[in-house]
Design a protein around this ligand. Sequence first.
Ligand code: ADP
Ligand code: UDP
Length: 240
Amino acid sequence: MEKLKEITSGKAKSLYTTSDDRYLVMNFRDDTSAFDGKKKEALLGKGAVNNQFNAFILEHLDSEGVNTHHIEVLNTTDSLVHKLQMFPIECVIRNRASGSICRRLGTEDGLILESPLFEFFLKDDDLGDPLINDEHILSFGWAKEEHITEMKKLTYKINEILSKLFLDSGLILVDFKVEFGLLGGEKIILADEFTPDGCRLWDVKTGKKMDKDRFREGLGDVVESYHQVADRLGMNIKLD
Ligand code: ADP
Ligand code: UDP
């Protein structure tokens, strides 16, 4: 399927129309951003590793009963996906406290939470992606009650499936962000991406950060770490 016209260029990915208006091509770029786009850099090869990493994870989730927008990998940096009506919402689960929750609640980095914590954020860079709750979503009409219930249920399920997958490769899934959309106006589908750009992964033995915090904190070896995670999970990442 050929890429036709670019319809969105986000901070890290671009979406293109195809000859079939049910499908889009998602192009993973090397662009990397943090702090709501305030820190930016192109990291050579990140698009390729993230595209194939994402395909591996979404195919695994599909095999475990989570419907995703992923259809197939087209080349090193492009994948074909179902075109969805996206909710303007991010769903986060935290198994340990890190990042924004530590700043918000003064919590120790790495604190193991009594139970996985679900949070909604509004997708709005200008506002710094504020924390919101179910009431905000309903009052502002960002999603319906049944969508909220389903997004939470699916995010918890994804956490169970992926926490196990990563732990089997010696990695702790500290937290992650996912996005959902509607297919045909009713079916909730996992969209966007699951890559080390949108989650925290720590080595079980050493606590080494293997995710985008390496970029946020200027620790270096960002793309190298993503490859190391991919290798541990048995992915066969192709380079151009
Ligand atoms: P951002 O918008 O945060 O800068 P990206 O650079 O990752 O993020 O851009 C990808 C955009 O594509 C996001 O706005 C995301 O909501 C949207 N998107 C992801 N999957 C789909 C899909 N299947 N259909 C339509 N839009 C999608
Ligand atoms: N996250 C993301 N995109 C965002 C905000 C957060 O992918 O716009 C991911 C982030 O990488 C982490 C989790 O969601 O794995 C929780 O992020 P947090 O709220 O701690 O924000 P951060 O401090 O990472 O900006």
